[in-house]
Design a protein around this ligand. Structure first.
Ligand code: SAM
Length: 326
């Protein structure tokens, strides 16, 4: 039977959970960058949540925590100061990130009181229609400008930010129990090693041998996860496409993560029948992956509407899975 327990309260105290009771954490917390002006993304979570995450995890347990590039360092310090060992930073890399920038040259014209030159018109489009990626919302016609001042012309084309092409995912571990080695820790707590058997990257078609003793299931997963093949012959990385917002009718969460990505991460840090916690579950993508992978799920979400979306998604999935058993 698929199992989940979810709470519509702040996760910070994690008071419903016992010490050393959770096998792994997979979470996508607020990034603290006011993404799309979301009220819950103004600050990074308080350190209290990481201290309590440390308390409830079993010794040797792993966690994956999504982060923004800009504030990853602060989050990592919080995690380390809460007792975790930083093991790695996975890169979820993609090609379709949009640079956040503005035309500095036109701003220079404005500051200098020079009228920029109108050189044409263009159709401004933003977002997709739900029924197909090629079906754009009707665009708005806008004027196209070029700088006219001497300094503006010098700075033509200059920008403020690079095209974002990855999201970091911090891999951490609660240290194994003092006095035990990894094997003894696994015997006592059932955690302490990553699950490569379920996450190996299959060899490319026709590729027969890699290394001296090739594993039949493929390579050990790398710390890069891509959204699509980068045309470099074959792909040694796990591929997960990005999801469009509002892909599912009733799911309006603005920072929805693909369930396939959560699949890979949940498999990597846990084994069947273990219990996974997501203290910032949003619309429940981690939970869906857990149910499909025969892991138990515990989730927290403070926002009432997001909580209802997660509850609905998880209930539909649980019914589907439970019915398929009969
Ligand atoms: C980045 S979103 C997670 C989105 C999720 N990965 C998904 O696929 O839907 C972070 C979530 O944390 C929630 N949140 C913020 N502070 C919280 C708190 N103290 N306790 C529980 N949830 C919180 C926000 O409401 C938001 O939905």
């Amino acid at each position: 039977m698929s199992e989940f327990k979810i709470f519509n309260t702040s996760s910070y105290p994690l008071k419903e959970l016992d010490n050393n009771s959770i096998d792994a954490i997979a979470t996508d917390p607020p990034y603290g960058i006011s993404y799309q002006n979301n009220y819950w993304d103004k600050d990074l979570p308080k350190r209290e949540i990481w201290e309590n995450s440390f308390r409830v995890l079993k010794p040797g347990a792993f966690a994956v925590v999504f982060s923004s590039i800009r504030l990853m360092h602060r989050l990592m310090v919080d995690l380390e100061d809460s007792g975790f060992t930083i093991k790695d930073v996975l890169f979820w890399s993609y090609l379709n990130g949009m640079p956040k920038s503005r035309d500095v040259a036109l701003d220079i014209d404005k500051e200098l009181g020079v009228n920029s030159k109108v050189v044409g018109k263009y159709n401004y489009v933003q977002g997709y229609k739900k029924d197909g990626a090629t079906n754009y919302y009707a665009g708005k016609e806008k004027l196209k400008y070029e700088p006219a001042s001497e300094l503006g012309i010098k700075y033509k084309g200059a920008g403020l930010g690079l095209k974002p092409a990855y999201e970091p995912i911090i891999l951490i571990q609660k240290p194994i129990e003092k006095g035990l080695n990894v094997a003894q820790n696994i015997i006592k707590y059932g955690v302490g090693a990553l699950n490569f058997e379920e996450t190996r990257i299959p060899y490319a078609n026709g590729e027969t041998k890699v290394g001296h003793n090739p594993h039949p299931k493929g390579r050990v997963p790398a710390n890069i996860i891509r959204t699509e093949s980068h045309n470099d012959g074959y792909d040694k990385f796990f591929l997960v496409p990005k999801v469009r917002q509002k892909k599912e009718d009733f799911n309006s969460h603005p920072t929805l993560k693909p369930v396939e990505l959560m699949f890979h991460l949940v498999k990597l840090i846990s084994f069947e029948n273990q219990t996974i916690l997501d203290p910032f579950m949003g619309s429940g993508s981690t939970g869906l992956a857990c149910l499909k992978l025969k892991r138990k799920f515990i989730g927290y979400e403070l926002d009432k509407d997001y909580f209802s979306i997660a509850e609905r998604r998880l209930t539909i999935e649980k019914n589907k899975l439970d019915n398929s058993l009969f």
